[in-house]
Design a protein around this ligand. Structure first.
Ligand code: SF4
Length: 505
């Protein structure tokens, strides 16, 4: 089989997708030929000016960085022309696309273009899992993978190769003459059985990632899959629920340490890894014994790494031990600063005091970290966002992200947003770095975007300057000019940020 994998990513989103690298490896092991069409290196067709990383830099969410290495494989050719040539050049037997919701519109335009060749198409990923009806309703889509794709793609290619029927594969939805067959999902996969990731299909520039003001040869190292928490804006708890209800299996899994060790060696020896980002929703979701075993294993490598976890999982001991074996940066979700709202609407029950203390502990150890915040949740008001700003003023983070809430399919808040009439059913959610899609009477899209661009400025400047910052929230030429002036002032003073610096009030 000749399989074309498509990754309809947007320029400036630099995460390497482990799923694509894994599918390539699985398929090659079975003797198939794999080709990749990765849209990341092409100009963004929706908005050529949009570059997620550069936008974060502009909004003071990340330090300025030199992106020369990221650009070495950038192409200025037309995305669609290149895709067409790619498909014609290899004449694949199957086109398989892995996509998140925000990438789906680009992906579907690619599939539309190649539909003239009548090549079977498969779409999978988190969006296909939670909106399979919407995905399979598209005429360009022949099959949908619901749930994890490792077994599905392997079995599908094996059967197609032997010209055997494949419409009964667990997790696969098929469409024949307009009739859809919806097979129930298979069990959650055993991650330990997966082969090593195949990064050779990616162009060189995709192997780099900006972090902490520099660009690293940095790879995803999956340690956990799933998450034990229940946040209502996130897909992870919905996966847990779906797998439990439909298959009786556990979605939250931890990879065996010997397997992780093999992967580290694979990345180090075959791809010259300079650093890792641990692919785990909540890295500290280890018991004490598991944690200690991990640290002992990793101390043989001490390759710099980044990880993310929840503030309430932090202990001085854990942060210290990890910093001794290479942890150079962390990320934490704060998400909202009002305790009652955070508990009631987004199901995160933690005290502000706990968050502040936990993150001060990370400061004590001396590990820089970023914090993530979301604004524009259903029912939120501008006033409530200021509780988030207030909380961030008590946290000495190396960088702060403020994203607009994005109503991804499969999350409980998506359903609520539709019920409240904040978004029309069927609307495709977009990246959290884009302006909000919710139309809420109490907090308009313009207000949300205005506060979002001033978020870091509010956290850094004394409150006596807030009336001036408020003017910068206005999305008008006058507001833009004030915003740029304040932005430059704050950038000069705080980026790169000094964790010792104290906020003045
Ligand atoms: S802690 Fe993170 S990954 Fe886990 S449910 Fe909440 S947002 Fe999702």
């Amino acid at each position: 089989m000749k399989v074309l994998l498509i990754y309809p990513n947007i320029r400036g989103m630099n995460m390497l997708p482990p799923a694509i690298a894994l599918f390539s490896s699985i398929l090659k092991e079975q003797g198939h030929t794999v080709s990749l069409f990765d849209a990341t290196d092409y100009p963004n067709i929706e908005d050529n000016e949009f570059n997620s990383d550069k936008l974060k830099e502009k909004n003071l969410n990340v330090r300025p960085f030199d992106d020369t290495l990221l650009k070495i494989t950038f192409k200025e050719d037309d995305l669609f022309e290149s895709y067409k040539k790619h498909v014609e050049g290899i004449s694949p037997d199957l086109i398989a696309m892995s996509t998140t919701e925000d990438m789906f519109p680009i992906g579907i335009r690619l599939l539309e273009l190649s539909s003239v060749y009548k090549i079977p198409t498969l779409v999978g990923g988190v969006f296909a899992t939670f909106a399979p009806e919407l995905v399979i309703s598209r005429p360009e889509v022949d099959m949908v993978c619901v749930g994890e794709g490792e077994h599905v793609i392997k079995e599908l290619c094996a059967r197609m190769d032997k010209a055997m029927p494949y419409d009964d594969i667990p997790g696969l939805w098929t469409k024949k003459k307009g009739e859809i067959r919806r097979n129930p999902m298979g069990q959650a996969v055993d991650m330990n059985e997966n082969p090593m990731l195949d990064l050779s299909i990616f162009p060189e520039g995709r192997l780099y990632r900006p972090m902490q003001g520099r660009v690293w040869r940095m790879f995803p190292l999956e340690t956990h899959r799933g998450c034990p928490y229940q946040c209502t804006y996130c897909n992870s708890p919905s996966q847990t629920y779906k797998y439990r209800e439909e298959t009786g299996s556990r979605f939250f899994r931890k990879k065996r340490l010997d397997k992780i060790r093999q992967e580290i060696i694979h990345f180090r020896d075959n791809y010259n890894a300079e650093a890792f980002y641990f692919w785990a929703d909540t890295f500290f979701a280890y018991s004490e014994a598991e944690f200690d075993a991990f640290v002992e294993m990793y101390s043989d490598f001490k390759i710099p790494f980044w990880c993310q976890t929840r503030p309430e999982t932090v202990t001085h001991r854990r942060v210290k031990k990890l910093s001794e074996v290479g942890m150079f940066r962390m990320a934490f979700g704060i998400e909202h600063g009002n305790e009652e709202f955070r508990k009631r609407v987004i199901h995160r029950s933690v005290k502000n005091e706990t968050i502040i203390k936990a993150l001060a502990t990370v400061n004590d150890v001396g590990v820089p970290f970023s914090v993530n915040n979301i604004l524009g949740f259903p029912f939120e008001t501008r006033e409530l966002t200021f509780d988030t700003i207030e909380l961030n003023r008590h946290i000495y983070a190396d960088s702060m992200n403020a994203y607009s809430f994005s109503p991804f399919h499969g999350t409980p808040l998506r359903k609520i947003a539709e019920e409240q009439g904040y978004i029309k059913p069927g609307t495709i959610a977009r990246s959290v770095t884009r302006p909000t899609l919710l139309n809420m009477p109490q907090y308009t899209p313009e207000q949300i975007e205005g506060v979002r661009r001033c978020f870091v400025i509010y956290t850094k400047l004394p409150k006596s300057m807030w009336p001036e910052v408020e003017k910068a929230e206005k999305l008008t030429p006058e507001g833009d000019a004030i915003w740029e002036k304040l932005r430059d002032e704050v950038a000069e003073k705080y980026m790169p940020h000094n964790a010792e610096e104290k906020i003045t009030d």
